[in-house]
Design a protein around this ligand. Structure first.
Ligand SMILES: Nc1ncnc2c1ncn2[C@@H]1O[C@H](COP(=O)(O)OP(=O)(O)OP(=O)(O)O)[C@@H](O)[C@H]1O
Ligand SMILES: [Mg+2]
Length: 371
């Protein structure tokens, strides 16, 4: 997948700007606060219908404006053009148009333009709470597996219903028939979600190992799924997961009624990242954390390519300040030949085979011939 051109109108800092990257590795450079990350965010909107780091639509609206508009033109590996328009106005909801047709659900966009990000903010995927890692896995799988996204959205609805029921039931007045219905529905969806996650982790690990080998760091990464349902989850089939869950739910009903919430399921699970067998989150250095993050993102790029046949767009915010020069060179080597990447940096970079673009030029702040 390649971004040919994106136009931003009243998006964040930019009142009217066009960014047209080349096919390979692009470095968008300029001083702090010049709006580089804003451009990555705009591209992310066109790919995944949302901004970066959980930002809200209205936060992306230029301070003095009433609406923002994004228009991205992409081209896929079969040379088919995909046009995405995102518009938002204070007075109405966000609207998304795919090839001029308005999408009824934002989820209809997800997966059409595979896209991966790397940013300093995302270090929390490696060292933050389990929720961050669940978000990572959910985002990744939603882009490659439509059924996963549907199941996940449905799971969230059923979970909410079940929690509501638990909170109104009270400990003494158990009418478990109604609860059983929701428990079964939840378990079926959970089985499908967890088994997709297990399969994903297994495949991602293979890529992750090969990325580490190519980075030549002499460390061996490990990924495993830690489930609230069972310790033996990795060896279980979907049906067995559903059965194990229903059984566990029976054992913990009174606890759930007491706590008024669902205590088992994919919404309570985690992924454990390891380096040479040691848990990354607890023991890794800052540099190792960053390298781990970039490695799982590079592994994800290969996974998405394998599943969809499309090399995802890779948006890398501040890569150069995050890693030392030797690691950057290795990462650039891995990015080469695997689709389009857009990297932001504060200064022009001197690396082979990259295309540098000054944000001040595209924003019309300096003349095209200036350095
Ligand atoms: N809704 C908005 N309206 C107008 N300006 C905004 C809005 N949101 C953010 N900005 C401005 O955009 C600028 C930040 O842009 P951005 O984060 O893209 O900079 P950057 O070039 O990535 O900088 P750095 O090198 O520090 O990462 C800030 O100066 C901020 O005030
Ligand atoms: Mg930035």
């Amino acid at each position: 997948m390649r971004l040919q051109e994106i136009k931003l109108v009243n998006f964040r800092k930019h009142s009217d700007l066009i960014f047209a990257p080349t096919d390979g590795i692009n470095v968008l450079y300029g001083p702090n606060g010049s709006g580089k990350t804003n451009i990555l965010e705009a591209i992310h909107y066109c790919a995944l219908a949302k901004g970066l780091n959980k930002s809200l639509d209205r936060e992306c609206l230029r301070f003095t404006a009433d609406y923002f508009l994004l228009h991205g033109r992409f081209i896929d590996e079969r040379d088919i053009e995909i046009a995405v328009k995102v518009s938002y106005a204070k007075a109405s909801d966000k609207k998304i148009f795919l090839n001029s047709e308005e999408l009824k659900k934002y989820s209809g966009l997800v997966g059409r333009i595979p896209c991966i990000t790397f940013s300093p903010m995302e270090l929390t995927v490696v060292n933050g709470s389990p929720q961050e890692r669940r978000r990572f896995i959910d985002n990744a799988l939603s882009q490659t597996d439509k059924r996963y996204l549907d199941d996940l959205l449905q799971y969230r609805r059923v979970l909410q219903q079940r929690n509501t029921l638990l909170s109104v039931m009270g400990e003494s007045t158990i009418n478990s028939d109604n609860l059983d219905v929701w428990t079964e529905r939840l378990s079926l969806l959970a089985g499908s979600i967890i088994s997709a996650r297990l399969d994903f982790i297994e495949r991602l690990l293979i890529y992750c190992r090969s990325v580490y080998e190519q980075l030549g760091l002499g460390e061996v990464p490990g990924l495993s799924y830690r489930s609230s349902v069972s310790r033996q989850i990795a060896d279980m089939k979907e049906k067995e997961i559903v059965e194990a869950m229903m059984l566990r739910f029976k054992e913990i009903t009174s606890q759930e009624l007491h706590r008024k919430q669902t205590l088992l399921g994919p919404h309570r699970d985690d992924i454990v990242f390891r380096l040479d067998g040691i848990e990354v989150k607890k023991y890794a250095s800052q540099g190792q954390l960053r390298t781990f993050l970039i490695a799982i993102k590079l592994a994800l790029q290969r996974f998405i390519h394998e599943v969809t046949g499309e090399s995802p767009l890779f948006l890398l915010d501040d890569l150069f300040s995050e890693l030392d020069r030797k690691r950057v060179e290795k990462v650039l080597l891995l990015l080469k030949g695997s689709g389009q990447s857009i990297i932001t940096a504060t200064d022009k970079q001197e690396f082979d085979g990259i295309h540098c673009i000054s944000i001040r030029k595209i924003a019309g702040e300096i003349e095209a011939q200036d350095p």
